[in-house]
Design a protein around this ligand. Structure first.
Ligand code: UDP
Ligand code: MG
Length: 324
């Protein structure tokens, strides 16, 4: 009954966001109230260790539109937005960060596009404020690399701030993979896609919850989930080295016969040897990245575990991992 009425679901992942949560709620509420249509805001608390949970619980007591999903521990940003999308009941689902780097007002522009018939409306960052040169530089190289490696058309300068239609949300929920790179999966499922531009703001307060280790993991998830190209690359390198070593062997033999002297120094032999061994280790590492992810798929553990949910009485938390 209530389920049919929700038009918009706003999914907000939270990890140690006690400094921003009240302001974030206030801004989101203002924007969503202005639509004049029924909505819900789904906060997904990804195992926060600070006062995030208590603060959202306070909000939930006052406002029945606010839902809270508490994970049993930190499962990561992508798992949190996956849970939010799985639980969302709206006809259009918006994913937005809690730190107000993605301005909530842009949601209204996304809704306009959705009403025009687009099924995916992603937020495209035309400018990034308050982010380090290192982050912008590595991000731009990464997206170029990712684009060159996959035939899936992944838009550049796009994060997880986007609106998706119910159809797209159901399609995403039906994908069972564990190490999720949601923005890649959204491109992969297709549908009618467009974008709205926005200026990415500074974080309202607190520190980034994406240390380098999490960024590297996300970057590798993106490449491995969309492309086999790194594996083919090992093949090409192997073939190239085989040809190069055959040629150099022939040259050395001829020179040795002609001059009757040994032209290879010990130092050169050692450095070629260690170069080859490094390549072998890198190749094993690349294979390891895929094998580890295959292992995760085979174990078939859930993507996240829900401790409890607030203001969502009708949903059994055991069913949260079920694909629709
Ligand atoms: N986040 C999360 N789990 C994590 C890390 C981050 O749910 O393990 C949330 C975080 O609370 C925020 C969003 O994901 O709402 C994006 O994180 P953050 O703003 O720290 O990333 P950045 O904008 O610096 O890339
Ligand atoms: Mg942020």
């Amino acid at each position: 009954m209530f389920k049919d009425k929700v038009i918009y679901s706003v999914v907000v992942p939270l990890y140690n966001e006690e400094l921003v949560i009240f302001e974030s709620y206030k801004r989101l509420k203002e924007v969503m109230d202005s639509t004049g249509e029924e909505y819900e805001i789904v906060f997904v608390n990804d195992g926060s260790k600070d006062g995030t949970k208590t603060k959202v619980q306070l909000i939930c007591k006052k406002d029945f539109r606010i839902k809270l999903v508490n994970f049993s521990r930190n499962f990561g940003h992508q798992a949190a937005i996956t849970a939010g999308m799985n639980i969302a009941m709206g006809e259009a689902i918006v994913v937005i960060d809690a730190d107000l780097q993605d301005p909530p007002e842009v949601i209204l522009k996304m809704i306009e596009k959705w009403k025009e018939g687009y099924e995916v409306v992603y937020g495209k960052r035309v400018k990034r404020e308050g982010e380090t040169f290192f982050k912008k530089f590595t991000a731009s190289i990464y997206y170029k690399l990712l684009k060159s490696m996959t035939s899936v058309d992944i838009p550049t300068d796009v994060g997880d701030f986007r609106l998706i239609d119910r159809k797209v949300c159901d399609a995403l929920s039906s994908l069972p993979e564990k190490n999720r790179y949601v923005r890649g999966l959204v491109s992969w499922v297709g549908f009618k896609q467009t974008y709205v531009e926005f200026i990415r703001q500074k974080r309202l307060a607190g520190e980034t919850k994406y240390p380098l280790s999490k960024m590297v993991k996300l970057a590798l998830d993106g490449i491995t989930s969309l492309s086999y190209r790194p594996l083919s690359l090992i093949n090409y390198v192997g073939v190239f080295l085989l040809i190069a070593s055959l040629l150099s062997a022939i040259i050395i033999i001829i020179k040795n016969i002609a001059n009757r002297v040994d032209i290879l120094s010990m130092g050169l032999v050692l450095s070629i040897n260690s170069f080859m061994i490094s390549l072998l280790f890198i190749s094993m590492g690349i294979m390891g990245q895929y094998i580890g992810r295959i292992f995760d798929e085979v174990k078939d553990r859930p993507i996240y575990i829900v401790d409890n949910i607030v203001n969502y009485e009708k949903i059994d938390s055991n069913n949260l991992n079920m694909k629709s």
